[in-house]
Design a protein around this ligand. Structure first.
Ligand code: SAM
Length: 306
């Protein structure tokens, strides 16, 4: 589980398995009392991974994912609405960074001529393609896989795949940033900015100082420890924790960075987003709403690309 500069993974390994965790959570949403969205593909991915020998995470991890289900559902809804609004405003290119098992290209009502590019590690996108092909699932619009690591020269791969930087684009970075080193995050946004024509939009789940605050992380670890205990998994200090896959480093504030470069930015904290969708009822809300901020920005300047 130790991260390295050039590590790679399949869907059931390391960072790849986090995409399965998210898919599992999306599949659960369908059976909730009042689902915020439906994603019939999520369960297909989980089943296909289980067929490959993947085991559902231990009960305490499942319990943790379940406890933040309202957050995960609100996050999915936020990005769904972002893409629908971008299409309604005439943006015909979408790039989903670290797409994992995101099925938006299959399940959203894309406007005519939209192209959805998905970037993720090659084995992750291959698993996704194999699973959907086996189910004869057809994308709802033109779909282009861009199998490349986001620490490599992905802009070249994206252009080679047909992306047109002179046209506006809608970018999404959901569930990605903690898996990139702080410097990698900076480079990612430099590149996005360089590829964004006027009129482009971006939506980001951002993880700032509040998220990486040592006290906050310690309280999160304590919650996991309690869950392990309650689920009879003992007090194993080496037990799985997704935190081991993150780069816990000081990071550039995404909203500020975009604002400084002429993007018009709006931000909403996780708790407020969950309130918006009626998913924040629990007394334990502090513990089930990670300290993330959802950033949406529009590039309003129509000058030449910088
Ligand atoms: N965005 C998807 C979603 O919300 O369902 C997946 C989120 S999952 C938590 C993290 C994803 O980031 C995985 O699919 C993983 O392969 C991808 N990822 C992380 N680091 C990456 C990198 N350096 N290059 C390409 N993909 C990466």
């Amino acid at each position: 589980m130790v991260r390295t500069e050039d590590d790679s993974w399949d869907i059931t390994e390391s960072v790849g398995a986090t995409a399965l965790g998210v898919a599992w959570s999306r599949a659960q949403e369908a059976t909730s009392e009042c689902p915020l969205f439906t994603d019939p593909y999520a369960q297909m991915f989980v089943d296909a991974a289980v067929e490959r020998g993947w085991q559902l995470p231990p009960a305490y991890v499942v319990e943790r994912i379940r406890s933040i289900g309202g957050y995960a559902a609100s996050r999915t809804k936020f990005f769904d609405e972002f893409f629908i609004a971008a299409g309604a405003n005439g943006i015909e290119q979408a790039v989903i960074l670290a797409a994992g098992l995101d099925a938006r290209a299959w399940r959203l009502p894309w406007v005519n001529r939209s192209v959805v590019y998905e970037i993720d590690q090659p084995k992750v996108l291959a698993f996704k393609a194999d699973t959907l092909r086996a189910k004869n699932a057809e994308p709802a619009t033109k779909y282009v896989r861009v199998p490349v690591d986001l620490r490599q020269d992905w802009p070249a791969a994206l252009r080679d795949a047909g992306f047109d930087p002179s046209e506006p684009v809608a970018w999404a970075a959901e569930g990605l940033l903690p898996y990139l080193p702080a410097e990698g995050q900076d480079l990612l946004f430099e590149r996005i900015h360089g590829l964004s024509a006027g009129g482009s939009r971006i939506a980001v789940e951002s993880f700032g100082a509040g998220f990486f605050d040592e006290e906050y992380l310690a309280s999160r670890r304590e919650q996991l420890r309690q869950l392990r205990e309650e689920n009879g998994a003992g007090d194993d200090k080496d037990a799985f924790d997704v935190e081991h896959l993150w780069y816990i480093e000081d990071r550039t504030d995404v909203a500020e960075w975009l604002g400084d470069r002429g993007w018009e930015v709006t931000s909403v904290e996780a708790m407020d987003l969950m309130n918006r969708y009626g998913r924040c009822g629990s007394e334990d809300a502090e513990n089930v709403a990670p300290r993330t901020v959802f950033v949406e920005a529009h590039r309003v300047c129509y000058s030449a690309l910088s």
